[in-house]
Every structure is written in structure tokens, then in C-alpha cells.
Design a binder for this molecule. Structure first.
Ligand SMILES: [Zn+2]
Ligand SMILES: [Zn+2]
Length: 279
């Protein structure tokens, strides 16, 4: 299916075999084939840029937090990743392929992250928060739900997202702004965005003030049109679509639904098909 027929936006958030948390089926080449099959005009391969050891100048070193949450975490092999990008660009000339990374906790890894980003000239840089300082460790959100009431986890997380935005200007797009919602326990009742409206609005204000972009993430439960309207009210001008695919079949997943939500909040396709959607 061609992009002209599909009307879908580009997928700005896709993981490949170069991310430390992808399964064996992950493949940049197969993700390109999927993009062509579903009709997204382009993909950005945004593999995880996570760190397990600090250098001088990283905030995490002064706070003395243990950062190593999962034994399988390892740094991105940027050269290997870029070589695969190059191969895929040769192999799929009809698909525009953007390079990129998803930086985890960029405000904690200021020095390490800027050193990586400065050398590589990525097309897309996503910022995300998967873990927050708690109990002397950078603690993963699934772990937090075992230790704190669910609404307390969300409040702490959403508060830390403001710290991330204000503490790092390395990234352009804020990925999955309410990531722990994926793990919201059913025992806590249905998840209600409005219960956290104050916290969401603080995030959206900080993001708009620094002229950055909100991602609508289709791996997370989809945000409401109301939340995307809060983004506009905060001064937000642009939205990015991201499947956060860790397997090729998920590229462009649920994009039609996401487009409906974003259009209902008043955003439209941008200047060209590789642009973000804008008001
Ligand atoms: Zn993420
Ligand atoms: Zn991701």
C-alpha cells in the first residue's frame, strides 16, 4: 500500500535487533518490509540509548544511585546500528529511513548522553523515562508498583517527567509520557487520566515551553482526545506518532485509531509526509 492511499503518518519510534530488550524476531530489515506493506511513509529506528555506568558530569553520579536495573541491559553499539541503517537504505530505496535513538533518563546521564549524541547526528531523538530515583536506585516502574500504591507511582513518575524535560535539552520528542500506565494494576480500578490532570498539564506546559513534540505512543493504552487537547491548551504545536514496535509486525500498529484521536484534537498532517503533525 502506498503512503498516498494509506494517509498514515510516519512511524517515529521503532526498535530493532540493536536494542537490548528486543526479542529474537526483531529485525530492522523486516521492519522496513512491514512499513512498506502497511503504508507508513517512513520509519525512524530509535534504538535504546541506556547507560549502566556513569562518567563525570552525569547527575546520577552525584546522587549515587545504582542504575543497573536489568542484567541484560547494555550500551548501544552505535557503529553496528548505523551499518545496518546503511544496508537497509540500500536495500529499500522506496522507504525513507530515519536514524534515531530513544534516550532513557537523559537528565540523569547528561554527560554520557551528550557525548553519544554529538558524534552520531541522529535524525530523531526521543526522550523517555522508564525508571525513577527511589530507595537509592534508579527503579523500574514495574518494580515501583510492587512497593507503592498505584496512584503514588503515577504521581512520582509524572513529576519526574517534568524533571526530565527541564533537565535535558538533548531530545526533541517526549516518548510515552505516561509509561507506567502500561503496568497499571487491575486491582487499582480503571486508569483515569483526569485523576492526574494537574500532573499531565505540568508536563505538557514544560514540553511546550521548550518547543518540543508530544508523542502519541500506540504500544501504551492510547491517550484520549481530551489529553491531546490539554497539549494544545498548554501551547503544544506538534505531535509525533510512534508504535514503539519491538517486533516487526507492530510497525504502524493502531495508527488509524491514533490519527482519529489526534485529528479530533485539531492536529493535521504537516508540511510534508515526513513532518510531525501540527495545529
Ligand atoms: Zn520507552
Ligand atoms: Zn521505545
Amino acid at each position: 500500500m502506498s503512503w498516498e492511499n494509506s494517509g498514515l503518518p510516519m512511524d517515529n519510534h521503532v526498535h530493532t535487533e540493536w536494542s537490548w530488550d528486543t526479542p529474537g524476531e526483531a529485525s530492522m530489515a523486516r521492519s522496513c518490509e512491514q512499513a512498506l506493506a502497511v503504508g507508513v511513509p517512513s520509519v525512524a529506528f530509535t534504538d535504546h540509548l541506556d547507560f549502566t555506568t556513569w562518567t563525570d558530569g552525569d547527575r546520577i553520579s552525584t546522587e549515587n544511585l545504582d542504575p543497573h536495573r536489568y542484567s541484560r541491559m547494555h550500551p548501544l553499539d552505535v557503529d553496528g546500528y548505523l551499518a545496518t541503517i546503511h544496508e537497509c537504505r540500500q536495500r529499500y530505496p522506496d522507504l525513507r529511513i530515519f536514524s534515531g535513538v530513544e534516550i532513557g533518563e537523559a537528565h540523569m546521564w547528561t554527560a554520557s548522553a551528550s557525548a553519544m549524541v554529538a558524534g552520531a547526528q541522529f535524525d530523531r531523538i526521543l526522550g523517555s523515562l522508564h525508571a525513577i530515583p527511589f530507595d537509592g536506585r534508579l527503579t523500574a516502574t514495574d518494580d515501583l508498583f510492587r512497593q507503592l500504591p498505584a496512584d503514588e507511582v503515577m504521581r512520582r513518575y509524572l513529576g519526574e517527567v517534568v524533571q526530565l524535560i527541564e533537565g535535558s535539552d538533548l531530545f526533541q520528542v517526549l516518548a510515552h509520557l505516561d509509561f507506567p500506565r502500561r503496568m497499571w494494576p487491575y486491582t487499582a480500578g480503571p486508569y483515569e487520566e483526569r485523576a492526574f490532570e494537574t500532573e499531565y498539564r505540568a508536563i505538557l506546559r514544560a514540553l511546550a515551553a521548550s518547543d518540543r513534540i508530544l508523542e502519541v505512543n500506540t504500544k501504551s493504552p492510547l491517550v484520549s482526545t481530551e489529553l491531546v487537547r490539554w497539549w494544545r491548551e498548554a501551547g503544544g504545536r506538534a505531535v509525533s506518532f510512534g508504535s514503539d514496535a519491538h517486533q516487526p509486525w507492530r510497525v504502524g500498529d493502531k495508527f488509524k485509531l491514533a490519527v482519529d484521536i489526534v485529528e479530533a484534537a485539531g492536529f493535521r498532517a504537516g508540511r510534508d509526509r515526513f513532518d510531525f503533525w501540527r495545529v
